[in-house]
Write a protein that binds this ligand. Structure first.
Ligand code: DX5
Ligand code: ZN
Length: 223
């Protein structure tokens, strides 16, 4: 079985109680914290920045923080998030003037680096860059909002990306973000994804342990 990771997106958490929310979801069995950063420029929404990431570390969160940058330009914020305790930093290649440089900056700063492809971005967007990545994140909704419906063609894209990754001799994570829940996570995993973002599916319910458990149970059915 693949080494699966479940990464709840804080976008659907109660921001007024963010520390407690993140603690609760990790106690419920989640692995990572997916930290969505939106700038009202690259995407039409505005969320949180490095100060809030740092505050989560100060609060005592030790799990991996998976920072998903939906901002343009990108480089200006990389140093701030490294300093704030990010474990992973992913960004959309078209949002950076020099995506290869940005990937190398992230890794030089001690975090893992990844690229994010929008639903309409072909896998060729990874050409010459995949070898600099630790992870690739496929968006299964258009970025900007939680609670959207999973775009079904993503499953085929996951399969194609997994085949591409299998040609690499380095371990690469394949993350999927948007509209993931207990009803479709097994199909996405069977196609080759190993890291799953879920926002509304987890924070939208009252019982985090039950939802994370349902996600894990669905993953257990995938060989
Ligand atoms: C969308 C964000 C996602 C989002 C996922 O731009 O990148 O992380 O919060 O939320 P759900 O799981 O509700 O689709
Ligand atoms: Zn995200």
């Amino acid at each position: 079985m693949a080494d699966f990771r479940i990464a709840p997106s804080i976008l659907s958490a109660d921001f007024a109680r963010l520390g407690e929310e993140v603690e609760a979801v990790l106690e419920a069995g989640a692995d990572w914290v997916h930290f969505d950063v939106m700038d009202n420029h690259y995407v039409p929404n505005l969320t949180v920045g490095p100060m809030v990431c740092k505050a989560l570390r100060k609060y005592g969160i030790t799990a991996d923080i998976d920072v998903h940058l939906m901002v343009s330009p990108v480089d200006r914020l990389v140093g701030d998030f490294l300093e704030a305790g990010a474990s992973w930093i992913t960004f959309h290649p078209e949002a950076s003037q020099h995506p290869h440089r940005t990937l190398e900056m992230i890794k030089a700063g001690g975090a893992k680096a990844g690229l994010v492809l929008n639903p309409g971005t072909p896998l060729s967007g990874l050409d010459w860059l995949l070898e600099s990545c630790d992870m690739v994140l496929l968006m299964s909704v258009n970025p900007g909002f939680g609670g959207q419906r999973f775009i079904p063609s993503t499953v085929e894209k996951v399969r194609a990306l997994r085949a591409l990754m299998d040609q690499s001799d380095r371990p690469l994570r394949l993350e999927v973000d948007g509209g993931v829940g207990p009803g479709n996570i097994a199909e996405i995993a069977a196609a080759g994804a190993d890291t799953f973002v879920a926002g509304s599916a987890i924070f939208g319910g009252d019982d985090y342990r039950q939802t994370v458990g349902a996600l894990r149970q669905a993953l257990a059915s995938v060989s």
